[in-house]
Design a protein around this ligand. Structure first.
Ligand SMILES: N[C@@H](CCC(=O)N[C@@H](CS)C(=O)NCC(=O)O)C(=O)O
Length: 206
């Protein structure tokens, strides 16, 4: 398996954490795509992933899988150990639902703020910015933080008692928020405590 990514960026980090959780890091070849230099928008990369985004997983038979949710579901299905995506139909459905919320209400909202209302990745890449929409997405991300703070009032992890891909996504969302200078509201005590717990996992702390 190959992973096309750029180390340190939030979505690639989601897959690196998932691989570490599943003890698969050593079985993957990482291919660095120079995102700040625009390599993800070249014809060659777009042929691999028409979305022009990293990460992308390439299987040994040449199949390319993009989107962190799909990549994580694949990684989870082919490996042993505690599931990141749920065991039962109900767990899988709840995990998928919460994953979508962690993307839409947090990580993707922060990303939209970064790409539209700040210089983002620079003028060569950010060619169609809309600052008003970006600023609305910042408000959405802050509402998302409050929503996840409420969710965590009665549970250790985003979907219940077990760590899942939703925790990975929300953790990456907060890391991106730091980078984009969106502060977690100080009264989100559950979210702040959860973040510390997650940060201490070997897959993240190293
Ligand atoms: N929904 C995608 C998001 C991927 C994404 O936005 N990746 C960023 C890096 S963190 C990227 O490639 N950005 C390049 C760009 O926006 O031009 C996923 O889940 O994989």
């Amino acid at each position: 398996m190959k992973i096309y990514d750029f180390e340190g960026f939030p979505n690639p980090a989601r897959i690196r954490i998932a691989l570490a959780e599943k003890n698969l890091t050593d079985q993957v070849t990482f291919v660095s795509v120079d995102v700040p230099g625009g390599e993800h928008k070249t014809k060659e990369f777009l042929a691999r992933n028409p979305s022009g985004l990293v990460p992308a997983l390439e299987l040994d038979d040449g199949t390319v899988i993009s989107e962190c949710t799909a990549i994580t579901e694949y990684i989870d299905a082919v490996s042993e150990g505690p599931s990141l995506t749920g065991e039962t139909p109900k767990e899988r459905a709840v995990t998928h639902m919460m994953q979508r919320r962690a993307e839409a209400e947090l990580l993707d909202a922060v990303a939209a703020y970064f790409h539209h209302a700040t210089p983002g990745l620079g003028p060569d890449i950010e060619t169609s910015q809309c600052a008003d929409w970006g600023n609305l997405q910042k408000e959405r991300a802050l509402r998302g933080m409050r929503y996840f703070d409420d969710v965590l009032a009665d549970r250790e992890f985003m979907t219940g008692d077990s760590f899942s891909m939703v925790d990975i996504t929300a953790f990456a969302g907060l890391a991106f928020a730091d980078f984009a200078k969106i502060d977690v509201p100080a009264d989100c005590a559950n979210l702040i405590a959860w973040r510390q717990r997650v940060a201490s996992r070997p897959s993240i702390a190293g």
